[in-house]
Ligand binder design. Structure first.
Ligand SMILES: Cc1ncc(COP(=O)(O)O)c(C=O)c1O
Length: 457
């Protein structure tokens, strides 16, 4: 088989290769339910290329071994993380994206796709409720979106040369903030953590206290990061109140809405994440609940010109774009980028407004249904308005809570349910994310029964 598709005739060999691969994929989906979410796999293919290239049949044989060992997000018991099954349209989007092999670095390498990225970012900005200056850029994951936002915020504050400049975020904010401290060359105490209240949301009194303390120390703060959907319990920070403080203090407000941002896409759920329109920048991660295949994240800015003001270098080896416009390679950190917006766009169009609303509302209903079945006299719960729930038995010491979490996770895995085991505020919990569309009430009944029995183990 020619390793490159023919540019001049219909490539029947490619077609049958794709058909066989797609057949394997559909079989893999079909078998997802038979086994648990976490596979045990015995065979691993040889990694190094052989002297002579492999035929398509041999390639598919090796591919099957990797597929056998893959995590199965489509299993109804896959509830551990923020990784739902993929939308079928986004699978097609990924396939076509690989075939087109366009590069979102510059418009001449991706004419229609760059336009799609620009317009999709406007659409998201509009959904958030931002005004005409808003826009954004797609990125591979929430970590990168957060990093770009904070690099922009620091430049906006003119503090690029100050390693003691500070970011304020709640103690439940995502660990990607710790990573970006290192990348941005900031001092280790530059990330100041604001306490959370009993609901897991940023405490406004503590935020005020921290702002005062920074002034007393003579330190400058270049960003407050609010979280709309914290990683362990799905809490939402009081963005409107935080925005009043950040506006008064002239500090950039970034909202990490990696988990909660998509709830703004439906009028039925947007009240859960109020205030995104007040932010200077917002991270969204449609890969986390909507089922857009990985990776899919978007960074939206209220004033998009801050992106090119920060990242533009001039791309002297490309044709210039219209005045006042920039290649996407000058709007963010990444250079070469695949057209991930294609699968996002196809996925959103496949769902339509109704489909998006269903996904969001059903995720929340699933959590509520499970909560109703859980014997809450036995468990300490950590949750918020979104579709995440962490729980641990009441009245156990820390060591016993750890043992319970290990044993219960194993029991659940034996019964084809996978939950995660986060360490939260010094105590081990089990966490369920109810974003899997294949999890029905019967599954939730069985899960609740197993969890209710777990305290007797
Ligand atoms: C709130 C929040 N922000 C950021 C991230 C990082 O996103 P990614 O893994 O796509 O880089 C996560 C990941 O779970 C998250 O929960």
């Amino acid at each position: 088989m020619d390793p490159f598709a023919s540019p001049s005739k219909f490539d029947h060999e490619l077609l049958s290769f794709l058909q066989e691969a797609c057949n394997e994929l559909c079989e893999w989906f079909k078998n997802s339910k038979t086994n648990g979410p976490l596979p045990t796999f015995a065979e691993f293919p040889k990694v190094e290329p052989s002297i002579k290239g492999l035929s398509s049949k041999e390639l598919l044989f090796d591919l099957q071994k990797i597929m056998n060992g893959a995590y199965r997000p489509s299993h109804p018991g896959a509830l551990a993380h923020l990784d739902p099954p993929p939308l079928t349209a986004s699978i097609v989007g990924d396939l076509i994206c690989a075939g087109l092999n366009n590069n979102l670095l510059a418009e001449e390498l991706s004419p229609s796709l760059s336009r799609l990225e620009k317009e999709l970012c406007y659409w998201f900005a509009n959904q958030i409720g931002m005004e005409t200056l808003a826009g954004g850029v797609a990125a591979s994951g929430g970590t990168l979106s957060n990093l770009m936002a904070l690099v922009v915020a620091r430049r906006h504050a003119g503090l690029q040369l100050d390693p003691s400049a500070v970011i304020l975020a709640s103690s439940d904010a995502h660990v990607s903030l710790v990573k970006l401290m290192t990348v941005m060359g900031l001092n280790s105490d530059s990330l100041r953590l604001v306490n959370v209240d009993i609901e897991g949301s940023m405490s406004i009194p503590d935020l005020k206290k921290q702002l005062k303390k920074l002034k007393a120390e003579g330190k400058k703060c270049f960003a407050i990061v609010a979280t709309a959907g914290t990683t362990i319990r799905g809490a939402v920070d009081p963005i409107c109140e935080i925005s009043k403080l950040s506006t008064n203090e002239r500090i950039w407000l970034h909202v990490d809405a990696s988990i909660g941002g998509v709830f703004t896409l439906s009028s039925g759920t947007s009240r859960l994440v109020r205030g995104l329109n007040l932010a200077n920048s917002v991270t969204l991660n449609p890969q986390k609940l909507l089922g857009v295949s990985k990776t899919s994240s978007i960074l939206i800015l209220a004033d998009r010109t801050n992106l090119n003001a920060t990242f533009s270098t001039g791309l002297p080896y490309f044709e210039p774009v219209k005045s006042n416009e920039y290649h996407f390679g000058e709007m963010g950190l990444q250079g070469t980028r695949s057209a991930e917006v294609l699968k996002l766009w196809l996925g959103l169009k496949q769902l339509g407004e109704k489909g998006i609303e269903n996904i969001l509302e059903q995720a929340i209903s699933r959590k509520q249904y499970f909560l109703d079945k859980l014997d809450i006299s036995k468990f300490q719960l950590c949750t918020g308005p979104l579709h995440l729930l962490a729980f641990t038995p009441k009245n156990l010491n820390l060591e016993k809570a750890k043992v319970w979490s290990i044993n219960t996770r194993e029991t659940l895995l034996r019964n084809n349910f996978m939950l995660s085991r986060p360490l939260y505020q010094g105590r081990f919990y089990l966490k369920a994310v109810f974003g899997n569309p294949h999890t029905d009430q019967k599954h939730l009944d069985s899960l609740a029964e197993l969890v209710n029995e777990s305290t007797a183990l």
